[in-house]
Design a protein around this ligand. Structure first.
Ligand code: UDP
Ligand code: MG
Length: 337
């Protein structure tokens, strides 16, 4: 572990989660250098190594040794993308913090436009994808459904087609540090916080190298976290469905009684009808049990109150940042203002 030098707070902090990204790191660093030198302000980049099994960590440490603006947080295992971003926010010291992917899908050139908007006085500048290269039809389609679904049922306004690529002012970051929920959907939290927000449009490139770390299973998890974190509509659906089914049954009872009185024995459909309607209701009940389970499981996760992540080592951070990371209790007040 390198001993921390007394850090001067940079203007811009970049937060980049990395998981098995050895194939993209050299190109990423080169592009960052080029773009950030055009900006002409002080900056740092915090890589969060999310339990990589390839050469990502040694490569990051090499960059850190060469360039003291490169800082590294090394997780004890893979904790997931959203948690890695969180650790970045917990450590980032800049006046503005920018989160981006490592794979150059979020073109570093767009950074300058985010910073420009921030200079104009916006607190959160989020990048909206107007085009996405190199994604499967299936991913585009499910993403599109997801953003529209969450928009229609969430308690807060979550912008369409905006990923995690965004800039946040230090005040927003300090507010974000107070939100310690486990099943995190950072885009939602970032909307929840409020402040002056603005969108910047960009074309999302294809992944530079390597493979997506978000297979369908994880996308689904993220979507479920997003919905359960920001909406109770799935729970309320049980109530609505109950009312509708009870209404229909009432009608059914009426028809059955009338049929019995006036229609004769031939009126009744027999066992098949009974079986099908019982199974149908059983299915609906199981679905809603499952939905309650989704919420209950998350409540249980929260109650256990485990730390969000465990840091094995940190490189290039000062003592207070390190303390925040290792205790999972980042500073939420701003000592410099
Ligand atoms: N990532 C991570 N931990 C994970 C999954 C992903 O740190 O468990 C990082 C990954 O290295 C990349 C970013 O999160 O920098 C976004 O992942 P990816 O590009 O695979 O997602 P996609 O763009 O395909 O949605
Ligand atoms: Mg990507």
């Amino acid at each position: 572990m390198s001993t921390a030098s007394p850090n001067v707070r940079p203007v811009i902090s970049l937060v980049i989660p990395v998981w098995n990204e050895e194939a993209v790191l050299p190109a990423l660093y080169a592009r960052l250098l080029e773009v950030m030198s055009r900006m002409g302000e002080s900056w740092e980049v915090i890589f969060i190594n999310d339990g990589s099994r390839d050469r990502t960590l040694p490569m990051l440490l090499e960059l850190h040794n060469r360039d003291e603006r490169v800082k590294v947080i090394n997780f004890s295992r893979n904790f997931g993308h959203q948690i890695a971003i969180t650790a970045g926010f917990d450590a980032a010291d800049g006046d503005a913090v920018i989160v981006m992917d490592a794979d150059l899908q979020d073109p570093p050139e767009t950074l300058l436009r985010l910073i420009e908007k921030w200079r104009e006085g916006y607190d959160v500048v989020y990048a909206v994808r107007i085009k996405r290269e190199g994604e499967t039809k299936f991913k585009l389609w499910t993403a599109s459904i997801f953003y529209r679904l969450i928009r229609s049922i969430a308690d807060i306004e979550i912008p369409l087609d905006a990923g995690d690529f965004r800039l946040m002012d230090r005040r927003v970051v300090l507010a974000l540090r107070r939100l310690r929920e486990r099943n995190r959907f950072m885009r939602g939290l970032s909307s929840w916080i409020g402040f002056k927000q603005v969108a910047v449009e960009y074309e999302r490139a294809a992944r530079f190298a390597g493979e997506t770390k978000y297979p369908f299973r994880k996308m689904f998890r993220l979507a479920a976290n997003a919905i359960t974190s920001f909406s109770h509509v799935p729970l309320q659906l049980a109530t609505y469905t109950g009312f509708v089914l009870a209404g229909i049954s009432l009608l059914g009872i009426l028809i059955a009684v009338l049929g019995r009185l006036f229609g004769g024995a031939a009126f009744f459909g027999g066992q098949a009808t009974t079986l099908v309607s019982v199974l149908f209701l059983g299915g609906i009940q199981l679905i809603f049990l499952g939905i309650i389970g989704e919420y209950l499981g998350r409540v249980y996760d929260e109650v256990k109150n485990r730390p969000l992540y465990v840091v094995a080592d940190a490189y290039g951070l000062d003592e207070s940042q390190r303390l925040g990371l290792f205790t999972g209790n980042p500073g939420i007040s701003d000592p410099d203002s």
